[in-house]
Design a protein around this ligand. Structure first.
Ligand code: BG6
Length: 478
């Protein structure tokens, strides 16, 4: 094969909470993101105790996709998208999470949204949990630290998989489930699982307990999903920030190998259906007791995924004798991370490394031999609109183009089975880590600012036309 396959999926990716807005419309409940304020680089977002008067919550309105999705989907169609990745807001379907019956208005919203996509020939790719659990489950149950939440999640997943069984073929269970291995910044445990690890006596032990619950929940959903529709393709979703050894010093190489366990732990279980030896050894060494039910072993075995969804933004280098404070870091760093002298970084300190994408794809494919799907890759930058209304985002074109070149090599030269590519934040959305609007990823500019002002008008950036051509040529013209 010298080109990408003809059925390669091209599109964009978003998450419900980052663009929908309408946070309390259609009987939607309060989600864990609805209580997060805005921050900036180095200033973490606050997680408040409920929705407080006088605080600004950027996700409440976001970019109002809730009422404007038809207009936005028409723009995606104009770019030639063949797929669109979004998530379902759990709180639209089960506002508090522990109800017995789903909320019809929420279900209807996604029916209409998926119909609109299909009408334009765009295949929906759906994440069940993208940082969006009901706040009630976090507050009253302790999030996924509580086994009961597994049942609530499975109930929600069955409800939506049943409802959309003829509209959605591609599903993913938990977005970037591995973010929470960074237990020193509360944002990750909170958004992945509704848990603030800093409040727990042993954050890492709790993290593994939570992880176990989510891995079981994911496996149950894969099993149930296959009963609902055997042609479903159900994947996991991993944030893949590879760790390179800083040098060929064997100690650096070994620290990189150990650090990579953090990246492999979740997909090892999702794909193979059992815990890897290095984790069992770590639990033993540290005296961690992870509660498991007798049936869990079989559940994990029977609910392995069909594909691996991944996000790739950057790489990281590690040095055995480095000690880094990662408590405010949002760049996938470990305590051994050091700047890589061979790559540049974005304004938010994320190291730009297109070759790292090929490295990632080859590494994952050779380890698991499962189809891969790049469901996030993108460049967050400050865009300036000129007086004539144009936005010349050449830096974004350069970033995306160089990554697409590398993914092509992975397919054509290395034989990786790659299902598709969805550029993150194909329309400007609220940044997850900082809650800002000015960290933009889109091909479509949205007139909305950090302070919440703006007309919400949409405009095409230069990259809009560029991406349209990339898709039209199936990645040949980059
Ligand atoms: C991933 C998330 O971590 O990266 C997205 O799945 C997020 O939700 C994206 O938006 C980019 O991060 P940020 O912080 O720049 O928005």
């Amino acid at each position: 094969m010298t080109r990408l396959p003809n059925d390669f999926l091209w599109g964009g990716a978003v998450a419900a909470h980052q663009l929908e807005g309408g946070w309390n419309k259609g009987y939607k409940g309060v989600s864990i993101v609805d209580v997060m304020t805005a921050g900036t680089k180095g200033v973490p977002r606050k997680i408040t105790d409920g929705v407080l008067e006088g605080e600004y919550y950027p996700n409440h309105e976001a970019i109002d996709f809730y009422s404007r999705y038809k207009e936005d989907i028409a723009l995606f169609a104009e770019m030639g998208f063949t797929c669109f990745r979004t998530s379902i807001a759990w709180t639209r379907i089960f506002p508090n999470g522990d109800e017995l019956e789903p909320n019809e208005e929420g279900l209807q919203f996604y029916d209409d949204l998926f119909d609109e996509l299909l009408h334009h020939g765009i295949e929906p790719v759906v994440t069940l949990s993208h940082f969006e659990m009901p706040y009630h489950l976090a507050k009253e149950y302790g999030g996924f630290a509580n086994r009961k939440v597994v049942d609530f999640f499975v109930r929600y997943a069955i409800a939506v998989m049943n409802r959309y069984k003829d509209k959605v073929k591609y599903w993913m269970t938990f977005n970037e489930i591995n973010n929470q291995t960074n237990t020193s910044a509360d944002i990750f445990g909170w958004t992945c699982s509704g848990v603030r690890y800093s409040e727990h006596e042993n954050p890492m032990e709790t993290m593994y307990q939570v992880a176990h619950h989510e891995l079981v929940a994911s496996a149950l959903v894969v099993k149930e999903g296959k009963i609902i529709n055997p042609t479903f393709e159900i994947g996991c979703m991993i944030a893949f920030v590879p760790f390179y050894p800083y040098s060929c010093n064997p100690d650096d190489v070994m620290i990189a190998t150990e650090s990579m366990h953090e990246r492999f732990f979740f997909p090892d279980v999702h794909v193979r259906g059992y815990y890897p030896s290095y984790i069992r050894k770590e639990w033993e060494r540290k005296g961690y007791k992870i509660n498991m039910e007798p049936e869990d072993e079989a559940i994990l075995k029977e609910g392995t995924v069909d594909f691996i969804g991944l996000s790739y933004y950057m790489s990281n280098a590690v040095k055995a004798d480095a000690e880094t404070d990662t408590s405010a870091s949002t760049d996938g760093a470990s305590k051994h991370s050091v700047p890589n002298p061979y790559v540049k970084a974005s304004d938010w300190g994320w190291q730009i490394d297109p070759v790292g994408l090929r490295y990632t794809l080859v590494t994952l494919y050779e380890r698991y031999q499962l189809p891969l799907f790049i469901v996030e890759n993108g460049f967050g930058a400050i865009d300036e609109m000129r007086e004539d209304g144009t936005i010349e985002d050449d830096y974004r074109i350069a970033y995306l183009g160089s990554h697409i070149e590398e993914l092509k090599k992975a397919v054509v030269l290395d034989g990786v089975d790659l299902m598709g590519y969805t550029a993150w934040g194909c329309i400007d959305v609220i940044s997850f880590t900082t809650g800002e609007m000015k960290k933009r990823y889109g091909f479509i500019y949205v007139d909305k600012h950090n302070d919440g002002t703006g007309s919400l008008m949409r405009s095409k950036k230069k990259s809009f036309h560029w991406y349209k051509n990339v898709i039209a040529t199936n990645g040949e013209k980059v």
